[in-house]
Design a protein around this ligand. Structure first.
Ligand code: NAP
Length: 320
C-alpha cells in the first residue's frame, strides 16, 4: 500500500509517499481501508518534532474508512464496518492499523468525509464547551481564529448554547466566515481587548477559547471577567509563555487550563458519548462542517503548509 512517511523532522517537504508492506492486524487491532484523513495542527507538531514521534512514521491522527481485517480478540467491529477514529498516528495512508477499542461506528447519515472532518475537532469543541468550561446561556465568550477548523465549530456551539461570541480573524474574508458561523462581533487581533470591553459593558468574557497561543496570550488574559476561564487549547502561533499564578490572581482570580483531547476521551464510553453528540449535532444542523480542500497523499505537504501558513479555512482532508 502507499503511505506518507516522515523519515526526518522538518518542513512540509519531509512528507514523502512510499510503497510499504500491507499492514496486518495484531491482537486487539483492526486494519482499516482509509477513505479520508483529517489534517490537523497536531500533524504539523509531529512533523516538526514539536511533539516528538519515533521516526520514521506515517502522519495523521484522524481517519474514517471501512474495516478490512481484525486481529485476535476483537469483538467491537467486523470487516465491512464503517468506522472513524482519532489520536492514533498513521492516517495519511491507504490503510491504517487501529486498536479496535478506539474505533467509533459511523451512523448511517455520516459519510466518511464528514467523519474525518468532524471527529477530532468536533469532539474537541464538544469537550471544551461541555466539560472544560460548560457554556451557559448569556455567557460572553472569546473565540480566536474563528474562521479556522476549530474556531468555526466552537463559534457554532457557543451560539447553540445561547452564549454570545466575540471572535478574531486575520482577514475580511475570514471575518465573513466567522460571522457566518454565528459570531456576534469579529475583530482583528489588535482590537480584541477594546472590542471585548465594549461588547460586555466593561465586564469581560466568561471564557477565552485560545488555540492561537503565543500571539494572543496577553489579549486573552486582559479580556477575561473576574473568575473567568482561560482555556489555552493550542499554540498555532507558538508556545504560550510560562504562566505566573500571581498574574491570574491579580487579573481577577482567573482559572487557567491547558486541555488536550486525549484526556477527555481516554475512557471508551466517554469517547463514544462525545462522538455521539457531535454526530447528532451534525444530523440536527447544529454543526455545519465545511471541508474546504481535499489533497491526494502526494500533496500532504501542501495541505500542511496551507494549514500552518494561515491560508486555510474550515477543514482540510487527505483523500488517499
Ligand atoms: N487541545 C486539543 O485537544 C486540540 C484539539 C484540536 C486542535 N487543537 C488546536 O486548535 C488550534 C486550531 O487548530 P485547527 O486545526 O482548527 O487549525 P485552524 O484554526 O484551522 O488554523 C489555524 C488558524 O490559527 C490562526 N493563526 C493565528 N496566528 C497564527 C500563526 N502565527 N500561524 C498559524 N496560524 C495562526 C489562523 O487564523 P487567522 O488567519 O484568522 O488568524 C489560522 O488559520 C491549534 O492550535 C491546534 O493545536 C487543540
Amino acid at each position: 500500500m502507499r503511505a506518507v512517511q516522515v523519515e526526518r523532522t522538518g518542513g512540509p517537504e519531509v512528507l514523502v509517499v512510499r510503497e510499504v508492506d500491507d499492514p496486518k492486524p495484531g491482537p486487539g487491532e483492526a486494519v482499516v481501508d482509509v477513505a479520508a484523513s483529517g489534517v490537523n495542527f497536531i500533524d504539523v507538531y509531529h512533523r516538526t518534532g514539536h511533539y516528538p514521534v519515533p521516526l520514521p512514521f506515517t502522519p495523521g491522527t484522524e481517519g474514517a474508512g471501512t474495516v478490512a481485517a481484525v486481529g485476535d480478540g476483537v469483538g467491537q467491529v467486523r470487516p465491512g464496518d464503517r468506522v472513524g477514529w482519532v489520536n492514533v498516528v498513521g492516517t495519511y495512508a491507504e490503510q491504517a492499523v487501529v486498536p479496535a477499542d478506539r474505533l467509533i461506528a459511523l451512523p448511517d447519515g455520516i459519510d466518511f468525509e464528514t467523519a474525518a472532518a468532524s471527529l477530532l475537532q468536533g469532539m474537541t469543541a464538544q469537550y471544551l464547551v461541555r466539560t472544560t468550561y460548560p457554556v451557559r446561556p448569556g455567557d460572553d465568550v472569546l473565540v480566536h481564529a474563528a474562521a479556522g477548523g476549530m474556531g468555526q465549530l466552537l463559534t457554532q456551539l457557543v451560539k447553540h448554547l445561547c452564549g454570545r461570541v466575540v471572535a478574531t480573524a486575520s482577514t475580511p474574508e475570514k471575518a465573513d466566515l466567522a460571522r457566518a458561523a454565528g459570531a456576534d462581533v469579529v475583530v482583528g487581533y489588535d482590537e480584541v481587548v477594546d472590542a471585548v470591553r465594549a461588547f460586555t459593558d466593561g465586564d469581560g468574557v466568561a471564557v477565552a477559547y485560545d488555540g492561537v497561543g503565543a500571539d494572543t496570550f496577553e489579549a486573552s488574559l486582559a479580556s477575561l471577567a473576574p473568575r473567568g476561564y482561560f482555556v489555552s487549547y493550542g499554540s498555532a502561533s507558538g508556545p504560550v509563555p510560562p504562566v505566573d499564578p500571581l498574574r491570574l490572581s491579580r487579573a481577577g482570580s482567573l482559572f487557567f487550563t491547558r486541555p488536550t483531547l486525549a484526556h477527555y476521551i481516554a475512557a471508551r464510553e466517554e469517547m463514544l458519548e462525545r462522538a455521539d453528540e457531535v454526530f447528532r449535532w451534525i444530523a440536527d444542523g447544529v454543526l455545519r462542517v465545511t471541508v474546504t480542500a481535499r489533497y491526494p497523499l502526494t500533496e500532504a505537504g501542501r495541505a500542511q503548509a496551507d494549514l500552518e501558513g494561515r491560508r486555510s479555512t474550515g477543514k482540510l482532508l487527505i483523500v488517499p
